[in-house]
Design a protein around this ligand. Structure first.
Ligand code: NAD
Ligand code: IPM
Ligand code: MN
Length: 360
């Protein structure tokens, strides 16, 4: 049966990098006879400009009907000053995550050996790096109520958000992380701020309770400030990290840099049945948008994750990942992963090289 893929290019470099992932998907669709049907829709700033809102009903319906979704990125300075917080590009992305119940965000930080010198860290610190950040994606301070921005009596402005998780939300992301650790090196580090925040006291309790069901997985706990430091000091001590929405957002950008560039980090956002949305961890990079120089590999690798997790097409995913490795072997580099002696290429050339490697 045909599988429906919804493609959401979004803003900034989004359309540029998604176009390259699309070339790759179209080719493996043909090579592996996958029966993928691709459809595009508007989200984020592009949707605001066309319809007035970041997540048009039509896009949400298409997302609900799709077997999987591939997203570029949303956001940009031209939409950052809208006083109505609902009319922000980022709300489109958050709306899809929330409406589809995509609570399980997997962000694998893997260093391709060819890029050991592209990282700003010493090669010996990062070589062989393979960690997985499991980030809770539909709760925590991103969604907690009450929230708001208001002017108090006397004209003093205040903004407020609520950091809240109930035990069920913690347990379901905990299970995702324990299962992932079980399938890997059986080490799980739960990151919290249980020395200060009650919500993460509960987080730690629930992780400890779950650990009884996973005796084969070694559970440890770390405060988020220390975790940020340890990720840069000695990242290979980690196997799987599990944490809440905001800490996971921040730590995954830090982890991205261990792999050479944020342009290398893909992600999967999954519901309880492995339906998902796939996107690079980076944003719309307004500073380089329209120049044809963005790295499309995180998006191409996100397409590979989509094939593996939501479509059960592991062989096609493996082939894409091998093709990415081959183009790195050939010495091709976008600016963000450039190092001495390598050949600088643009977004489309990089995509074309992956396609050529897939055809070879
Ligand atoms: P960003 O990730 O867009 O950019 C940070 C830096 O990394 C920039 O210097 C950028 O040029 C560089 N970079 C990012 N992706 C790259 C790539 N593929 N190749 C080469 N370089 C790359 O973060 P930001 O500047 O903080 O945010 C810009 C906009 O993106 C904001 O509106 C933000 O809300 C949005 N954003 C969206 C998502 C998403 O859609 N998932 C994620 C993060 C940020
Ligand atoms: C990400 C982004 C988003 C987040 C923003 C754009 C809403 O930074 O996917 O990492 O904070 O989750
Ligand atoms: Mn982020």
């Amino acid at each position: 049966m045909a599988k429906k893929i919804l493609i959401l290019p979004g803003d900034g470099i989004g359309p540029e990098i998604v176009a390259e992932a699309r070339k790759v998907l179209d080719l493996v669709n043909e090579q592996f006879n996958l029966g993928l049907e691709m459809q595009e829709a508007l989200v984020g700033g592009a949707a605001i400009d066309a319809t007035g809102i970041p997540l048009p009903a039509e896009t949400l319906e298409a997302a609900q009907a799709a077997d999987a979704i591939l997203l570029g990125a949303v956001g940009g300075p031209q939409w950052d000053t809208n006083p109505d917080f609902q009319i922000r590009p980022e709300k489109g992305l958050l709306g899809i995550r929330a409406n589809l119940g995509l609570f399980g965000n997997l962000r694998p930080a893997i260093l391709y050996p060819q890029l050991a010198h592209a990282s700003t860290l010493k090669p010996e610190v990062v070589s062989g790096l393979d960690i997985l950040i499991v980030r809770e994606l539909t709760g925590g301070i991103y969604f907690g109520q009450p929230r708001g921005y208001r002017t108090k009596e006397g004209g003093v402005r205040e903004g407020f958000n609520t950091y809240v998780y109930d035990e069920n939300e913690i347990r379901r992301i905990g299970r995702v992380a324990f299962e992932a650790a079980r399938a890997r090196n059986k080490k799980l580090c739960s990151v919290d701020k249980a020395n200060v925040l009650e919500v993460t006291v509960l987080w730690r309790e629930v992780m400890n309770e779950l650990s009884a069901e996973y005796p084969d997985v070694e559970l440890s706990h770390m405060y988020v400030d220390n975790a940020a430091m340890q990720l840069v000091r000695a990242p290979k001590q980690f196997d799987v990290i599990v944490t809440g929405n905001m800490f996971g957002d921040i730590l995954s950008d830090a982890a991205a840099m261990l792999t050479g560039s944020i342009g290398m980090l893909p992600s999967a956002s999954l519901d309880a049945n492995n339906k998902g949305m796939y996107e690079p961890c980076h944003g719309s990079a307004p500073d380089i948008a329209g120049q044809g120089i963005a790295n499309p590999l995180a998006t191409i690798l996100s397409a590979a994750m989509m094939l593996r997790y939501s479509l059960g097409e592991g062989a096609a995913a493996d082939k894409i990942e091998a093709a990415v490795s081959q183009v790195l072997d050939q010495g091709l580099r976008t600016g963000d992963i450039m190092s001495e002696g390598m050949q600088r290429v643009g977004t489309a050339e990089m995509g074309d090289a992956v396609v050529a490697a897939l055809r070879a």
